[in-house]
Design a protein around this ligand. Structure first.
Ligand code: EPU
Length: 427
């Protein structure tokens, strides 16, 4: 997991000369949930366009540990045979490193009537409670035991469909209970759910395989429980990663002469594209790609407020902050989803950006200011990528430590960046 590998980047010192195309990988936050959903299948399921990233490897290990047979059929294509699920114990060692392991709990409890798991880990982005999960399992008739190290959840026969209102909008809680609802008896109604494209993609695929889920993309999802699904001859094709695509578009605005981000879904990026246009970035939006004319753009300050989809994604907040350091005027960042997701800004301050952190949720950035290359340590995946972007535009050399965090979500990021003309090495 954590190694002493690092990225060494020779910065462009403000020149805009990256050129070429960069392709969008399959979405991490879509594929992880479909992998978890394999537990809902009595036979098998095949997935394509699977990004070869660390989080996917960890999820496959967790599934194998539960009894799923994983076959790699081709590059980015996996067949999962799910006939025999042997244990209800989710591996503590692996799930400690993977927050999204929490989405195994719904399918596993539905399938085996019991699940044990530790408090999940993942990125260091503030408090990440799981109270919505615990409360919702109770509502579905489960009995919960807090073992200190984690939870032991049991259900008498089957989960029983009911109405669940989520106090706040949660992506993984929506996904987990949509999957639990598929194996519950009766009807489960989820209210105040998330609208992210990854959730719609998961729900639509489950419906293709026999589930009865309606209301996808609205704030209320209804699931008529049935039983296990069949995935024979069904293939899930992972949707493009909107956060990766968005980060590459921001890179184009920062350091590209002309750069094209291909294989993306611009419809999933409306809030970012709107904001970039308001900031004066010249873009050409095509059906499945976005061309950024960095050299012809003079970024202006804009305010950002993170919000659930279709609002501005919290996962693009840090990459966007790099652009704000290069924009004329004062920008305001309001992070509404996670506490502690602005700490990375202290590093920008060390790079000589004009940053004022007001509290755990709010900060001002004034610009434009030339950044100076520094040694930095990724606190999480998205801030890690933002550090790479900052290193690319800075003057001098930057070193980004904790590369594992970046590898969790981006496969071989350095190769893709090298192709555009970035001087970056993994050491
Ligand atoms: N929350 C609770 N209680 C819960 C669950 C969530 O209070 O039981 C709170 C969280 O603390 C947060 C808010 O609800 O304040 C929303 O969190 P959410 O549950 O939506 O986040 P998540 O499902 O844990 C997913 C993505 C994150 C992304 C967020 C927000 C996955 C695996 N993770 O997390 O992605 O930032 O939604 O869009 O889908 C990333 O990819 O780097 C990443 C962190």
């Amino acid at each position: 997991m954590l190694t002493d590998e690092k990225f060494v980047i020779k910065g462009l010192g403000g020149q805009k000369k990256l050129k070429g195309k960069i392709s969008t990988p399959g979405a991490k936050n879509a594929v992880l949930k479909v992998l978890a959903a394999s537990l809902l299948f009595s036979d098998e399921v095949t997935l394509t366009n699977v990004p070869e990233i660390e989080d996917v490897k960890r999820m496959l290990e967790l599934l194998e540990d539960l009894g799923v047979v994983v076959e790699k059929k081709a590059a980015e294509t996996y067949r999962l045979i799910t006939k025999d699920i042997l244990t209800y114990e989710i591996s503590t060692t692996i799930s400690k490193h993977l927050r999204s392991s929490i989405v195994l709990t719904g399918p596993l409890l539905g399938r085996l009537g019991r699940v044990t798991f530790p408090h999940p880990g993942g990125c260091v982005i503030g408090k990440r409670p799981i109270d919505f999960f615990i409360d919702s399992f109770k509502a579905l008739g489960a009995e919960i035991k807090d073992t200190g190290a984690g939870y032991d959840i049991k259900v008498n026969k089957k989960l029983t469909g009911t109405e669940i209102f989520f106090k706040n909008i949660s992506v993984t809680a929506t996904e987990n209970f949509m999957m639990a609802g598929v194996l519950a008896s009766g009807t489960t109604v989820l209210k105040n759910v998330a609208l992210e494209p990854e959730i719609i993609s998961l729900g639509e695929f489950l419906n293709e395989c026999g589930a009865k889920i309606s209301g996808l993309g609205t704030s209320e999802i209804t699931i008529i429980g049935g039983g296990l699904l069949s995935g024979k001859n069904k293939v899930y094709s992972t949707i493009p990663d909107r956060i990766a695509a968005g980060s590459f578009i921001i890179l184009g605005a920062l350091a590209g002469e002309k750069m094209e981000v291909t294989n993306c879904e611009p419809k999933h990026l409306e809030s970012l594209l709107f904001l970039l246009k308001s900031a004066g970035i010249k873009l050409e939006v095509k059906k499945n790609s976005v061309i950024v004319y960095g050299a012809e753009s003079k970024p202006q300050a804009v305010d950002i407020k993170t919000h659930e989809y279709p609002g501005f994604p919290t996962d693009l907040q840090a990459p966007m902050a790099v652009l704000l350091t290069q924009s004329s005027g004062q920008s305001f960042i309001f992070e509404t989803i996670f506490e502690g997701r602005l700490n990375y800004l202290e590093t920008f301050f060390r790079m000589e950006a004009d940053v004022k952190i007001i509290d755990a949720h709010r900060a001002f950035i004034s610009g434009p200011n030339k950044l100076i290359g520094k040694d930095m340590t990724s606190p999480d995946l998205r801030a890690g990528l933002a550090y790479i972007l900052a290193g690319v535009i800075a003057k001098g050399e930057s070193v980004v430590h904790n590369v594992y965090y970046v590898d969790r979500g981006y496969e071989n990021i350095e190769k893709h960046l090298q192709n555009l003309g970035v001087d970056i090495k993994r050491v």
